[in-house]
Design a protein around this ligand. Sequence first.
Ligand code: SF4
Ligand code: SF4
Length: 426
Amino acid sequence: MIIRPKAFFRGVRLAGHKFPAGAAERLPALPEVFIPLAQHAGAPALPVVEAGQSVRRGERIAAAQGAVSADVHASIAGTVTGIVTRPDGRGNTAQFIAIAAGETQEDAFLPPLSDPSKEEILQRIAACGIVGMGGAGFPSHVKLAPPVPVDTLILNGAECEPYLTCDDALMQKKTREVLRGARYMMQALGVEKLLIAIERNKPEAIAAFDAAGYDVVPLKKQYPMGAEKQLIYCCTGRKVPLGKLPAHAGVIVQNVATAFAVYEAVELGKPLIERIVTVTGGGIAQPKNLVCPVGAPLSALAAACGGEHDAVKLVAGGPMTGAALTGTDAVVTKTTGGFLFLTARETDTEDPTPCINCGKCADVCPMKLMPMQTAFYTNAKEYENAAKYSGVLACIECGACSYICPARRPLAQSIKTAKAELRRKP
Ligand code: SF4
Ligand code: SF4
């Protein structure tokens, strides 16, 4: 059934830049992968393999550390060549488990579960290292055990970031599997109500879920529609209290790719070792959605798309919330929705100019904040005042303020800095 959404009145309208999603192609076999130990919210995983050890595909290679963390598994079979420190593509270094591909690709999946209990589902999700695949990377077994009872699961298929079509491809081609994963998550949560939220620019996906007999909420194309608080309001009319979790509004939101991973974990025993990644932008020869193993180097994805030309900026993720890359050292992680190869025409390379007090950044902020004020306090290193007077901690880091600013002020960047400094304080 089609459910009419509520409207929120801020945010921005963005050009889509999306190519037709279609079916995702599998990335050709790789000689080597570099699997990051920190690719989820919480503590990095600790390696449980050493150099020279043989591993099969799906075997656990690093263990979760602490309550909020996730196991990491081998995405190809072969030999561990080392626990290496290498560039992460974002100007920093990080730790990776390097695996050289073996001649044969043997799997080490868990036994499939039939008719699992709630506890078995949660254990399986944890054992398969599943995290939120929409970008946050929060371990799913933790999110599916909320501190307060909830009554609704929302599947997030909004995909409101321009350029990305990986979720659309999944929803069109794996509708049944996504729904099966959602049913397991509903069982884990003990809820009966499922809403599938999809922006209206994905008519095939909306039709596929509607035809399957589920409640679909076709959302207005408005950024940041896919942000949890905005999504919950548009789908249910409920507001998440400031400083509280979506669960306090009785709702858990999970990305559609996470639902698919849960299906694979329960019914196939397959850990989260691969995902669909959109490779696009004016600087790539043939934009594609590719099914990639975690740890696949960006250079291999670019080669599978005919190579890059004239790209002046590389981005991991979408253009609004993604991270600018310093080179092609980046690899696919559990949360990588896409890589963008942007040309000069697609990027704004002009320097910022002084604020003209137009107020546009405040007008579009979906959290009703005053981004220009936050930037002012952040530049003066007055982080407490940023929290007190401009509500910086409520920022969802959507980037709408930076996008709209006629002076090209890096507002979202200032806000992230202020939040990081405030978090650092005892
Ligand atoms: S202040 Fe935060 S929430 Fe508001 S528009 Fe900017 S990035 Fe988005
Ligand atoms: S949109 Fe830019 S120029 Fe306008 S008030 Fe905000 S920071 Fe200043």
